[in-house]
Design a protein around this ligand. Sequence first.
Ligand SMILES: Cc1ncc(COP(=O)(O)O)c(C=O)c1O
Length: 442
Amino acid sequence: MDALRDLPATTDETLDPSGWSDVRALSHRIIDDAIDYLSNVRERPVWQEMPNDVKSAFEGSLPHLPMPLDDVYGHVAKNVMPYPMGNIHPRFWSWYMGSSNFTGALADFLAAVQGSNLGGGNHAAVSMDTQVVNWCKEMIGFPSSASGTLVSGGSMANLIALVVARNVKTGVNIREDGVAAIESPLRFYASDQVHSCHRKAVEALGLGNSALRRLPTDVELRIDVAALRAAIAEDRAAGFQPTCIIASAGTVNTGAIDDLQALANVAAEEGLWLHVDGCIGALLAIAPANAHRVSGISRADSVALDPHKWLHAPFEVGCVLIRDASAHRGAFAVSPEYLEWAPRGLASAAWLHEYGLQTTRGFRALKVWMALKEHGIEKFGRLIDQNIAQARYLTRLIEQEPLFELVAPTSINIVCFRYSLKGMTDVARKALNIEIMLRLQE
Ligand SMILES: Cc1ncc(COP(=O)(O)O)c(C=O)c1O
């Protein structure tokens, strides 16, 4: 005891606020500001260029000494909040993405307050994460025996699925022996409209960009199924190993939806994995007037979907579902000694990190869960139908306007059009349309 008493006293510095009542007042102000920010969004421009003094505010050096939180927030309010990307604005009609929602923002706050690590364990956030994955299965008609995981977004969801497809279909112990053990080069097939994240995925899988064979599309920009069959036959004859078809349920360029039933038939006949990139369109399955357009999605071996698109969850949250749960776990599970399962207590539940690449995982489920509970799935389905009706309305307006021209068929909620004067060269037309776009933004 005497020896202990002789130890130097430990400091008890913490990151807690110096006074909870001050931070309470500031927090209330931040919430009030946030509500004003959202309720007045229509009164602000969608996007605006940052003035030079704002740009230079991000060039300051590493802070060594403290600053009152009020002042810190003052910087955010002045230099960050007025200069958003703009995608929460009702008039943001630029790239394809979701527009967040306030309930989700509250959920992200609460998730950070609770601070749980969704690597796994026996706690409520893990149960909720599992429930949200189960709801995603239900939304697209996947069996309850399937597995899934919430990830940062569609790119990661697709990557996880393609890892499982590669590992299952090669027939070698790829986890142990690596891609060098693959006997004949693998081939993945997708349309020439496939999202760029698939290129990153096959490259990261060690297969190389040439392993992803892009196939021509029909007039609706859907994969040409006859060309797919021919490519598979040609590749087999040339000694390649056809492995996986990547169907697009909603391409990012035009919203085209591949014929999922036809692709499921080809995959079944040829023994290939069928992955559906449904980051945009998988959730059509919940929209009464449009669900038929993704019929066949439930036949896939894996599906990527993006709650941060048509469920408008705040970034980031994507989801991958894998029909064969043991193949999914088999592709990623490692059981280090510090994450050993225990019969009771905190370590007595599933380890969610065994279904993907992350160990520490954020509590993404809460923002999806709260918004789904608040609104119900039927409302989200109606909103998707409404969004498609809006795109059709815009398409009809463009058809009636002689100076505008549709450049691709409208399939879902993406309308591709341009301003077009008779007699203009393609180069001049493109330059003019880019200028119109830039002036609209500015
Ligand atoms: C069809 C498709 N796949 C994948 C992605 C990538 O998703 P994320 O941006 O969430 O990583 C997108 C993004 O728009 C997409 O449209």
